[in-house]
Design a protein around this ligand. Sequence first.
Ligand SMILES: [Zn+2]
Length: 142
Amino acid sequence: MCIFCQIIAGEAEASFVHQDKLCVAFMNLRPINPGEFMVIPRAHIDHFTDLSDDLAAHIMLVAQRLGRHMQATLSPRRVGYVVHGFGVPHAHLNVVPLMHSNDIISGKHVQVHDTGFEVTLAGLAAPNRAELDAMAARLRLP
Ligand SMILES: [Zn+2]
């Protein structure tokens, strides 16, 4: 049983923010900033994209309501929602109080210099309009 399923079963400790019939939310053990938590389905489903539409919508709705409360309570600059799928193989939506634009970042954004590092978009590929249009066409629902 994965650690998230153990938490849901009451066999592992967690600090719950929310619990209902379909999902639970609890605090991250290693938050980007204090206050980060995650919303997960009660069902053990690895990939977020494998959640049913209704379950994914429910999780997003819970995250949105809790995210509004986070904004009012903690006053971060932004509330970020992240699904990356790494770590525990049980779908989880991270809700992150963002104090800085670097708080959610890809290594691709980081350029290392002699004096330190810089977070920038400069190192990322910049597809042209035709490439963007072609990619958009590929991503449209049939
Ligand atoms: Zn699980």
